[in-house]
Design a protein around this ligand. Sequence first.
Ligand code: SF4
Length: 300
Amino acid sequence: MNQLEKLKKLKKEKNAIILAHYYQNADVQDVADYVGDSYYLSEVGRDSDADIIVYCGVKFMAESAKILSPEKKVLFPAHGDATCCMEHQATPGLVLEMKKAHPNAKVITYINSSSEVKAVSDACCTSSSALKIVENIDADEIIFVPDQNLASYVAEQTDKKIIPFDGQCNVHHKVTLENIKKLIEEHGDIEILAHPECQKEIRDISTYVGSTAGILNYAKTSPNKEFIVVTERGIQHQLKKDSPEKSFYFPYMICSPMKRVFIETIIDALENEKCEVIMDEELIKKAKVSLLNMHKYAGG
Ligand code: SF4
């Protein structure tokens, strides 16, 4: 029996599903039952009747799946420290300090954060749902944690006061205008599709700014054939699947924590029910409120 047959058999025997983020290695995306961005995957995990969820992504995603479905076994088969850099930037203490300084503000926290920070937040959001949640939450002042670029992107589109935390994604934030100008020199003045975690100067020259799911949808439906894509390179796999005839050019953007899941580790985790996400019940209870509010305010 080859690896893929073994995996299929294990999934059936254990009533398991595999969820994978678009930034995962291509072969991992190919064996997943669902591939998507963090918002979509959070809904799939919550609504699934599987007994086991194998989450291929980074730690905050697997923990979010556990928080939303504490009765399910969530396995996170990643090698080493597979955490998003933003999980380490905001701390509950820093968020509570901001709250003290702005007592009328509500805290909206990007899902890319630790469970402890989610536990002191009013609602979570993802890049695709952030604006909707800001608009729908009952406060005129919002403390937005931890991504300053997503915060400024949202601030450009709302009349509400956005108070940003000073954090950012190391992969998206480091891309410069010069990097993009170089790609334009090489490939011509083609459409630029950027993630809102990019800096404002990149967003300002982009044709489209949106989540990974939004970028995929834009590229698929656009009549154009060539694009500069400013997000993590793993998305190329799905872009090419959707539109094999189109060309996509990237600045150097690799999120190494996202690349720590392999077929072998998935099989090993599922076969031996290893790498289980274990969380404190009280933390689950507190963090769940902000995740449920994310779905409530986003209408999901
Ligand atoms: S690409 Fe950035 S935001 Fe996404 S997981 Fe990696 S470090 Fe976090």
